[in-house]
Design a binder for this molecule. Structure first.
Ligand code: MEV
Length: 291
């Protein structure tokens, strides 16, 4: 018996970290994702795993084994071959770790097992707000508030013709580490203010305010949280000088890269030289965002 599944990545437009503290956020499914195939084979006494496409290091192999191990609890062992075909850059803010949980749980235990998949996410991605899980599970744009049913969005919150993704490299920290770091500082009035500002950015975007003005405030608030490395702040300042705006999408980073930056400009081609000059790459995903 052969089973297949798919889970997209995610693009958070607004709300990073603020959603952990109950503020609202907006997120879209990414046009790329993870496809999983499970070929059952009763003759085998174990699960073989193949990883195709964008591969991770040994830690990712271990992470995938932990997912299958958690899903197996209370069930008879999975026998056969699980193949993961990954199109998502790993650990760069596009939801690869949650997409892997969802694609693998859908293919191994069935498509409607949301609670079981969420239990795996809770175990592996500690401290999360649920926004990644919600948008990837629903695979449609959502307005999210922790603990509430996500609202599917009808209105357009981002014009794909004017948006690009910039790959600034992997952060040295994991998302659970970054979330824990921000939580530790949450009593600092400047951090509290940044969290509030980010929540307000979500509402401003939803009301239709120009995304360039909103992104500029959102980016400054993320920088105040300490999750936007200095080199990325410099590049974003260059983009703003050209009349655009940009913000890290996803958890960002403290040291190393900041994952993906979501940039907007009336003419995105004008951003390309700035991106190159700062030593970063435009992700091919921008082609998918700009069909
Ligand atoms: C990570 O994609 C988004 C964060 O807000 C963490 C979370 O909400 O779980 C940084």
């Amino acid at each position: 018996m052969r089973h297949t599944s798919f889970a997209p990545g995610k693009i958070i437009v607004s709300g990073e970290y603020a959603v952990v503290f109950g503020e609202p956020g907006l997120a879209l499914p990414a046009p790329l994702g993870i496809r999983a195939t499970f070929v059952e084979d009763a003759k085998k006494d174990h699960l073989d795993i193949k990883w195709l496409g964008i591969k991770g290091n040994a830690e990712w192999d271990l992470y995938l084994r932990r997912i299958t191990g958690l899903l197996e609890q209370g069930r008879s062992p999975f026998r056969g071959t699980l193949t993961v075909m990954n199109q998502l850059p790993l650990q760069k803010g596009l939801g690869s770790s949650t997409a892997l949980v969802i694609a693998v749980s859908r293919v191994l235990i069935g498509k409607g097992k949301e609670a079981e998949a969420l239990a795996v996410e809770n175990e592996l991605n500690t401290g999360h707000s649920g926004i990644d899980f919600a948008v990837i599970w629903q695979s449609c744009p959502i307005y999210f508030r922790k603990g509430q049913t996500p609202i599917p969005l009808k209105e357009k919150i981002l014009d794909p013709r004017h948006a690009v993704l910039i790959d600034t490299g992997k952060p040295k920290e994991t998302t659970p580490e970054l979330v824990a770091m921000v939580k530790e500082k949450a009593d600092d009035p400047r951090i509290r203010q940044a969290i509030k500002t980010i929540g307000q950015c979500t509402e401003r975007l939803r009301k239709g305010e120009d995304s360039r003005t909103v992104f500029r405030d959102h980016h400054r608030a993320q920088a105040a949280l300490g999750v936007v490395p200095k080199a990325i702040q410099t590049m974003i300042a260059d983009i703003e000088r050209l009349g655009g705006a940009a913000k890290v999408t996803g958890a960002g980073g403290k040291t190393g890269g900041g994952g993906m930056v979501l940039a907007i400009h009336k003419n995105p081609d004008l951003i390309t030289p700035v991106v190159r000059r700062n030593g970063y790459a435009l992700l091919p995903l921008s082609a998918a965002l700009n069909p």
